[in-house]
Design a protein around this ligand. Structure first.
Ligand SMILES: Cc1ncc(COP(=O)(O)O)c(C=O)c1O
Length: 384
């Protein structure tokens, strides 16, 4: 039975007068994660208490929790420090060339752009950016681009656009990838943990998420799914812990060619992450206790109320079918963004501005009162 979300705010340390609607920037930390992190920091004062198991067990626990979130096997998950690291792995394992280019979205987050730009340049492959569609329908825009070209092999995409939460229909696009034999590589940093995702249904080649936003984790530890078809692929570094029998410390002098099973060969170096892992595990456990369906349901109620505020104030508000359930971008008058964000911050209402859109990204600690604070703050800021 999932734990109730209604009183979730008490699990965080958010002062009563702070309206934090900026999870897409960085989540606040759960009390449980802070406590786990503090214990972890203290533990190294006594290394004689730290056994060999401590190098491996927390990582395996994290892998298992990540797999539950993704509906895959633990062995399909690798520990990565960042999206750029995961994307470098994807780039190293998907061949590009003149007739094998990469499709991305305009204004996509750079960690899912720069690795592809470098690789396409080196391989003489096209790098194609889909322009932001006037009607807000990214899926249609991607399909039109695909239909107009025959030199693309990879779709490197998010599930929701990081600037404003606009959504792609990943079921549809993954069907197209399957039928056209295109590779699919996803950055789900801005959706995993906030909306359900079933990698068995989507079937990406690689999928990566940073951990410090919707996964409520600490900075510097994310996760990567690798399709079993890539499990014999090439890691971008040769970490000793990823080789077979690496828990036999005395035997490490006997170099081995074999890796550990599955996606573990792609794990980052120093993946024991004594400081970050306990906090990340506490966060994934809490997300599991609430359940992603319930989180998504709660957040969709909040973003609907935010959309209502946008309409009341005459701001451009995206159609619900074209946006994520958990975050929403309200169109501001051109150039007004930074001033509006600063005015809101003065009232301790925290949101982001990306382009000319006010990005509002709630989580389970938010409530009706927070939406009211946003409404009154926005009304004042827009009247100036
Ligand atoms: C969509 C998206 N991907 C990735 C990141 C972070 O990338 P990295 O882990 O490479 O620092 C962010 C941070 O804002 C993001 O919004």
């Amino acid at each position: 039975m999932p734990e109730t979300i209604r009183d979730a705010r008490r699990r965080f340390e958010i002062p009563d007068d702070v309206t934090y609607l900026n999870c897409a920037y960085m989540s606040p930390q759960l009390r449980a994660a802070t406590e786990a992190g503090q214990r972890a920091m203290a533990a190294k004062a006594s290394p004689w208490e730290i056994g060999v198991d401590a190098f491996f067990e927390p990582g395996e626990r994290y892998r298992a929790l990540a797999a539950r979130l993704l509906s895959c096997e633990a062995g399909d998950v690798a520990l990565v420090p960042s999206v750029s690291y995961g994307m470098a792995t994807a780039v190293a394992n998907i061949p590009l060339g003149p007739g094998r280019g990469v499709l991305m979205l305009a204004e996509q987050f750079p960690s899912n752009v720069y690795p592809w730009m470098a690789a396409t340049r080196q391989a003489g492959a096209p790098a194609v950016f889909v322009a932001r569609p006037d009607d807000g329908d990214w899926t249609g825009a991607v399909l039109r681009t695909l239909a107009s070209r025959d030199d693309l092999a990879v779709l490197a995409l998010p599930v929701v656009h990081w600037t404003d939460g606009s959504r792609l229909d990943m079921n549809l696009l993954s069907d197209v990838c399957r039928s056209e034999a295109l590779h699919l590589v996803l950055d789900v940093t801005q959706s995993l943990g906030a909306e359900p995702l079933d990698v068995r249904r989507i079937g990406p080649d690689f999928l990566v998420a940073a951990g410090y936003k919707w996964l409520l984790g600490p900075y510097g530890l994310g996760l990567m799914y690798a399709d079993p078809g890539h499990h014999d692929g090439r890691p971008i570094e040769e970490a000793w812990m990823n080789r077979a029998a690496s828990d036999d410390f005395a035997g490490l002098v006997n170099y081995r060619d074999e890796y550990l099973d599955g996606a573990r060969r792609f794990d980052m170096g120093a993946r024991a992450q004594f400081l970050a892992l306990p906090a990340a595990i506490a966060a994934l456990e809490q997300i599991g206790a609430w359940g992603v369906d319930s989180i998504s349901h709660t957040l969709s109620g909040l973003t609907r109320q935010v959309a209502e505020v946008g309409r009341e104030l005459g701001l451009r508000t995206p159609d619900e079918s074209l946006r994520g359930r958990h975050m929403i971008g309200l169109g501001l008058p051109a150039g007004a963004g930074p001033r509006v964000v600063a005015e809101l911050a003065k009232r301790r209402v925290h949101v982001s501005c990306r382009g000319d859109r006010l990005r509002v990204s709630p989580h389970v600690y938010n409530n009706q009162e927070d939406v009211n604070n946003l409404r009154s703050g926005l009304r004042t800021a827009l009247a100036r």
